[in-house]
Write a protein that binds this ligand. Structure first.
Ligand SMILES: [Zn+2]
Length: 210
């Protein structure tokens, strides 16, 4: 069985997700932005073995703890897309600008592309490239859970900002409508911030997508 737990972290209340396979007790952290002791306590309390960090994109509130956890736990960093490399290089400036602890530099073990898959224990998740908020933004979709981890692409009642360098509003709308919504109305999702929703709810009622 695949399980998930949302762990809001950092002053931005970013929804880090802990994902684990109860057959193997292997776990992944999606978007560890900060609050490392809290995140690692969630792993240890369940006697899980952290196997990887998966990143949707490289903004500081999503990626700030990545370098330190990868080094101390000896785990690979999977994602985001290579288009986010400039955000990774800018993590020191992002730390300063937003008052975060200095983020440890890292280089992803593997960049992700549209159509890739990631593995956790007996479970496979699909990778969707959804640019617009950042150029290399990816979404992780679990067919087992019928659940997507969408980072800052889509929120309950809102969509991701596109006014940062490299943002593109048309790309974001296209990705939401043609990649995310293709997963189906009954798919639930964890956004980067705020409450969960379903793709159908957002397709029908999100004011930014009418
Ligand atoms: Zn972001």
């Amino acid at each position: 069985m695949l399980h998930r737990l949302t762990l809001p972290c950092t002053a931005f209340e970013q929804n880090c997700s802990l994902l684990w396979c109860s057959d193997t007790n292997e776990a992944a952290l999606i978007d560890p932005g900060g609050d490392i002791p809290m995140l690692m306590a969630a792993v240890q309390q369940r006697a899980l073995t952290l196997k990887a960090i998966w990143l949707t994109h490289a903004h500081i509130d999503h990626a700030g703890a990545t370098g330190t956890i990868a080094r101390t736990e000896g785990v690979p960093i999977i994602g985001p897309g290579q288009g986010d490399d400039y955000w990774i290089q800018a993590l020191p400036q992002q730390s300063q600008m937003f008052g975060f602890p200095q983020a440890e530099h890292f280089t992803p073990t593997q960049w992700l592309n549209q159509g890739d898959t990631v593995q956790l224990g007996a479970h496979t998740l699909q990778v969707l490239h959804c640019p617009g908020h950042t150029p290399g933004h990816v979404v992780f979709y679990s067919p087992d859970l019928k659940h997507a981890f969408v980072g800052d692409v889509l929120f309950a009642g809102s969509i991701g900002r596109t006014d940062f360098p490299g943002g593109n509003h048309a790309d974001l709308i296209h990705a939401i409508k043609h990649r995310l919504f293709a997963l189906g109305d009954d798919v639930t999702f964890t956004p980067g911030h705020g409450p969960e929703s379903t793709l159908g709810e957002e397709r029908l009622y999100n004011p930014y997508l009418r």
